[in-house]
Ligand binder design. Structure first.
Ligand code: NAP
Length: 322
C-alpha cells in the first residue's frame, strides 16, 4: 500500500481551540503539528513549548511565507477568519478554517473566490460533519430503522456569567450564541433533512446586539419540522433527537460530538456503538490531508457550495432576530 505524505501543519492563532486541534492532529495518520503563529511571539512560543512544536512565529504573515508549511488551520476569532484565510490562500497554503466559516455570506464568497483564484484547497472546520457518530446517525437513517424523519429537536446551551470581554459575548470578535453553538443544531437539521422551505427565528440579544439565546423553527414541504435552540444563559440538555415514523435516534449530551447514541423502536431503546479515536478534531484534519493526497481543491464531504449555502441560512436566521 502506498504511504501518504506527512503534512506539516501551521496553526494560526494560539488560543483555546487551536490547542484542541493540535491534540487532534496527533491522532491523524499523517499530520504533524509543525508551526504556530500568534499576534504576540510570547504566546506562540508558549504554545509551541506546550505542544512540542518546532516553530513559533510572532505574525501570521511569517507562517504564510514558510515553505515547510503544507496545510494551515485557522483557529482565530470569527471576525478574523476571512482575512486570515485569504492571507494563507494568497500564499497557496491549503486552509482548514474554523466554524463559523466567516461572519456572513459576503465574506464567505470572498474566501471561496480566493481559493478558486489561487487554485488552493479550502474547507470549513465544522467538525461534527466528519465524526463517526454523525456517520452512524446517517447510516441508521439510510437503513430505514426509524422510518422517515418527521421531527428534529436539538439544543446546545450552557450558563456563562455575562462578560463582554469574553469572545462569545464580544461583538467586536463576532460573539453570538447562534454562530458559536447554535450552528450545530442548525447543521444537524440541514445535514439530515436538507435546507428548510420555511424558517422562523427569534433571539434574546444584549443591548450591543449579541444574541445570547437563539430559537429556530424550520419546516419542510414534506411536513417535517425542527425545533432548534442555543443559549449562553441556560444550562440545556445538549441533546439531539431525531424522530421518525418508526422510532427515534438520540444523540446524547453533547450531541454535536456525542459520547453515545441510542435508538428507540417500538418502545425498546438500545445503545448504538460508535468507535472513534482521538478527540474528534482529527477527523476533519484527516479529511483535508486525504483530499490533498488526491489533488482535490475542496472536500466532497463538505464542498464550498455547501458552506456558502449554510452561511446564507445563518444570515437568514440572524435577519429574523429582533
Ligand atoms: N470546533 C469547535 O469545537 C470549536 C470550539 C470552540 C471554538 N471554535 C471556534 O474557534 C474560533 C476560536 O475560538 P477560541 O475559543 O479558541 O477563541 P480564543 O481562544 O478566545 O481566541 C482565538 C485566537 O483569536 C485571536 N484573537 C483573540 N482576540 C482577538 C481580537 N480581539 N482581535 C483579533 N484576534 C483575536 C487570538 O490569536 P493570537 O493567538 O494570534 O493572538 C486568539 O488566540 C472561533 O471561530 C470559534 O467559533 C470551534
Amino acid at each position: 500500500m502506498e504511504c501518504s505524505k506527512t503534512y506539516n501543519w501551521g496553526i494560526v492563532g494560539a488560543g483555546r481551540i487551536s490547542r484542541k486541534f493540535v491534540d487532534g492532529l496527533k491522532a491523524t495518520r499523517n499530520g504533524r503539528p509543525y508551526a504556530v503563529a500568534a499576534r504576540n511571539i510570547d504566546d506562540s512560543q508558549e504554545f509551541a513549548r506546550e505542544k512540542d512544536m518546532p516553530v513559533a512565529y510572532g505574525s501570521y504573515a511569517e507562517l504564510a511565507a514558510d515553505p515547510q508549511v503544507d496545510a494551515v488551520y485557522i483557529g482565530t476569532v470569527n471576525t478574523m477568519h476571512e482575512a486570515n484565510t485569504i492571507l494563507m490562500l494568497s500564499h497557496k497554503k491549503p486552509v482548514l478554517c474554523e466554524k463559523p466559516f466567516a461572519m456572513n455570506r459576503v465574506e464567505v464568497d470572498r474566501m471561496i473566490a480566493a481559493a478558486r483564484r489561487n487554485k488552493t484547497f479550502l474547507m470549513e472546520a465544522l467538525w461534527t460533519n466528519f465524526l463517526p457518530s454523525m456517520n452512524a446517525v446517517r447510516k441508521i437513517i439510510d437503513g430505514g430503522v426509524i422510518g422517515d424523519i418527521t421531527y428534529i429537536r436539538a439544543d446546545l446551551g450552557f450558563f456563562r456569567a455575562y462578560d463582554p470581554q469574553i469572545r462569545t459575548f464580544n461583538p467586536e470578535v463576532g460573539g453570538s450564541s447562534l454562530l458559536d453553538i447554535g450552528i450545530y443544531p442548525v447543521f444537524l437539521a440541514v445535514t439530515l433533512l436538507g435546507y428548510p422551505d420555511h424558517i422562523t427565528a427569534q433571539a434574546v440579544r444584549m443591548p450591543d446586539g449579541v444574541d445570547v439565546t437563539s430559537s429556530m423553527f424550520f419546516k419542510w414541504k414534506n411536513g417535517a419540522v425542527a425545533q432548534l435552540f442555543s443559549s449562553y444563559c441556560i444550562q440545556l440538555d445538549c441533546e439531539g433527537v431525531i424522530y421518525g415514523s418508526k422510532g427515534k435516534i438520540t444523540m446524547h449530551r453533547r450531541f454535536h460530538a456525542p459520547t453515545s447514541i441510542s435508538v428507540t423502536v417500538d418502545g425498546n431503546t438500545q445503545d448504538y456503538p460508535v468507535t472513534s479515536v482521538g478527540n474528534g478534531y482529527n477527523y476533519e484534519a484527516q479529511e483535508v490531508m486525504d483530499c490533498l493526497d488526491k489533488g482535490l481543491l475542496e472536500s466532497p464531504l463538505f464542498p464550498l457550495a455547501e458552506s456558502a449555502r449554510f452561511i446564507s441560512l445563518l444570515d437568514a436566521i440572524i435577519q429574523q432576530f429582533s
